[in-house]
Design a protein around this ligand. Structure first.
Ligand SMILES: O=C(O)c1cc(=O)[nH]c(=O)n1[C@@H]1O[C@H](COP(=O)(O)O)[C@@H](O)[C@H]1O
Length: 278
């Protein structure tokens, strides 16, 4: 299959056309129950497809959280495959949130799973963890480039426990997270309009205390259920704001199953982010 246009270009266009928002598809048991669904594979399928059908033509990016599908075993993964295909068929980009990271030779198998265009779980982008060393991600970075896909590298995560590792100082004085961000920037050098290697930086951080000029997208989870608001984005991202893709899961999903209510919730988030971008 022929490669896609580079992910960074596709993402920039999607954010311009549909608004800077990633909607997470996180089928928590409590959300299934709240929607009047059973916490089983049929409920999972109804939930995921309802989100995709309601928002697939208006949302730039969906981020299915793989664990919520994997918990139902192979039938859950089959639902995930279907949700990915339905989302992509509606013109949305799919960022698979699987946070993969392993030694390079195993990373190649993860790359074959998510970033090879012939794989049933092929996604436009994948979240990866660099904490086995940034170089261990090379097979994913290479596979993404071949396919026209993207990779989002965890840098400064939204959870308070992340700082213990990510703020640790290296011998050269940089934080571990800054070293990750510098690697991301090197991958994106010269790319236009936007590199295809993103970084994950939580919207909950207050301030980033890091150089975020990575010439790639900055996924910002933490808006909504984790307490951050669109108004917090300026303080965290500053001059990097135009490259920020805020990600919201529960604070959109809790408005379902009504399609209109889901659309209104997502549109509210887009409006709030656009107001911050000015
Ligand atoms: O990579 C992620 O998506 C991610 C990184 C991070 O630092 N924090 C974070 O919350 N996430 C994910 O973003 C989603 C947040 O969900 P809500 O808090 O419901 O919006 C979950 O799927 C998390 O796994």
């Amino acid at each position: 299959m022929s490669p896609l246009e580079p992910f960074g270009a596709r993402l920039r266009r999607a954010m311009d056309a549909r608004g800077p928002l990633c909607v997470g598809i996180d089928p928590h048991a409590a959300l299934l129950t709240g929607w009047g669904l059973d916490d089983d594979v049929a409920g999972l399928e109804r939930f995921a497809l309802t989100v995709v059908e309601a928002l697939g033509e208006s949302t730039a990016v969906f981020k299915p959280q793989s664990a919520f599908f994997e918990r139902f075993g192979s039938r859950g993964v089959a639902v995930l495959e279907r949700a990915v295909a339905e989302a992509r068929a509606r013109g949305a980009l799919v960022l698979m949130d699987a946070k993969r990271g392993d030694i390079g030779s195993t990373m190649a198998a993860y790359a074959a799973t998510y970033l090879d265009k012939d794989s049933p779980l092929f996604s436009d982008a994948l979240t990866v963890s660099p904490y086995l060393g940034f170089g261990s991600l090379r097979p994913a970075l290479d596979a993404a480039e071949v396919s026209g896909a993207g990779v989002f590298v965890l840098a400064l995560t939204s959870n308070p426990e992340g700082a213990e590792v990510q703020r640790a100082a290296l011998a050269d004085g940089r934080s571990v997270a800054q070293a990750v961000l510098d690697h991301v920037a090197a991958e994106n050098a010269g790319a236009s309009p936007l590199g295809s290697v993103g970084a994950v930086v939580g919207a909950t951080l207050g301030e980033a205390r890091a150089d975020l000029a990575v010439n790639g997208p900055l996924l910002a989870p933490g808006v909504g259920a984790q307490g951050a608001t669109a108004a917090d984005l300026r303080g965290v991202f500053g001059a990097a704001l135009p490259n920020v893709l805020p990600s919201v899961s529960r604070d959109v999903l809790r408005h379902g199953p009504d399609a209109g209510a889901l659309r209104a919730a997502a549109a509210r988030h887009v409006d709030e982010v656009r107001a911050v971008l000015g």
